[in-house]
Design a protein around this ligand. Structure first.
Ligand SMILES: Cc1ncc(C[n+]2csc(CCOP(=O)(O)OP(=O)(O)O)c2C)c(N)n1
Length: 345
């Protein structure tokens, strides 16, 4: 129904991290919030109307000073949860406590103007920003995206790998799914999610993108994968550190690492050999481009594991500085001005 509404009105879709799979393929503009795509957060700052369907709009999306959230926009919210709606984001917001499906049905019956000009502005802004904020983790995820079949089911773990996936995983087709633990942040969820989605889809290939830390939390489930012969394809984005935490220890604690890096008490095994010990094909790649050599493995009916190296100091950008709406790292003001001019046209 969301897709019908968007086809009818051309209203651009931004998502939250949890709903990033709702707008895939050429509908993908980005997700909003702390680690959201830069273009998505810049659009939020300039738009004049937000129709929020089932999004909790929590602190990672709107910040603590909610008046700074989408300052030029009227806000219409639909949520089935009375408590979530009881929190005001804007004083004059319009609220509908209803099921998202009924709300979308109601919207589809409304006379809504066509927003194709605004959508083109958003896509133009996206095009200008597409090569900024591209860290090695994003590039690895783009490579994985390019090799997946249409409409895949992808399960994601927690940490930087989760954010790189939310930012850069773009699925072909409209029916693919990205299982993400969102605000729960349960490290170790990637492989069990993939096992569940593989079995529930009648043993269809299922994809798991995980960090080296999250993977080690449920590594024993490789035995389930082998025993049940589940065609689960595991991609470990291996930076050999607990990246989401070592990053904080680097930037906010003057490099006082604790149990997050080799020197401070965190290490990783040879994952491909561990996979082989479980009877699963495993390979340690030299870089993500080497995935090209394993096209067959990615679509066949047997499990496999790819150990993909990333630099230990891989970064996760952009990030909104809390309480400021400033997106770090700051881009050259000429780029920001060009994008804002397009969005303000
Ligand atoms: C069970 C659990 N323990 C600890 C955390 C805190 N935590 C969040 S991300 C993270 C590091 C994740 O490291 P890794 O899996 O290697 O992924 P990366 O961030 O390097 O991509 C930690 C320890 C958590 N979310 N869940």
């Amino acid at each position: 129904m969301l897709h019908s509404f968007v086809e009818k009105t051309n209203i651009p879709i931004l998502t939250t991290m949890n709903a990033v799979d709702l707008a895939q393929g050429n509908l993908h503009i980005g997700f909003i919030g702390t680690h959201g795509n830069r273009v998505a957060n810049m659009i939020l700052n300039e738009c004049d109307l937000i129709i929020s369907v089932g999004a909790r709009l929590g602190i990672r999306q709107v910040g603590r000073t909610t008046s700074k959230f989408a300052p030029k926009a009227d806000l219409v919210r639909c949520d089935i949860d009375e408590y979530e709606l009881s929190r005001n984001i804007k004083d004059d917001e319009k609220k509908y406590q209803t099921d998202a499906r009924d709300f979308m049905r109601m919207l589809l019956d409304e006379e809504v103007p066509n927003y194709s000009a605004w959508k083109s502005q958003c896509l133009e802004a996206k095009e200008i920003l597409k090569d900024y904020d591209k860290q090695p983790g994003n590039m690895a995820v783009e490579k994985i995206s390019s090799m997946l079949p249409e409409n895949p089911v992808v399960s994601v773990d927690v940490g930087m790998n989760q954010c790189w996936c939310a930012q850069s995983l773009v699925l072909r087709g409209k029916k693919g799914r990205i299982h993400i633990s969102g605000g729960y942040g349960i490290m170790g969820c990637g492989l069990p999610y993939a096992i569940g989605s593989c079995i529930s889809a009648g043993n269809q290939p299922s994809y798991c993108i995980t960090g080296d830390g999250g993977f080690q939390m449920n590594i024993q489930e490789l035995e389930t994968v082998k025993r049940e012969n589940l065609p689960i394809k595991i991609f470990i984005l291996n930076n050999r550190v607990l990246g989401k935490i070592s990053e904080t220890q680097h930037f906010d604690n003057d490099d006082r690492f604790a149990a997050t890096t080799k020197e401070s008490g965190y290490t990783v095994p040879e994952f491909s050999r561990i996979a082989e010990a479980y009877g699963i094909r495993g390979v340690k790649l030299r870089n993500y481009d080497e995935l090209e050599r394993y096209k067959e493995w990615i679509v066949d009916k047997m499990p496999c594991l790819f150990d993909i190296p990333l630099p230990e100091n891989s970064l996760l950008t952009p990030k909104i500085k809390f309480e400021t709406q400033m997106i770090r790292p700051e881009l050259d003001s000429s780029v920001i001005n060009i994008v804002n001019e397009i969005l303000r046209r």
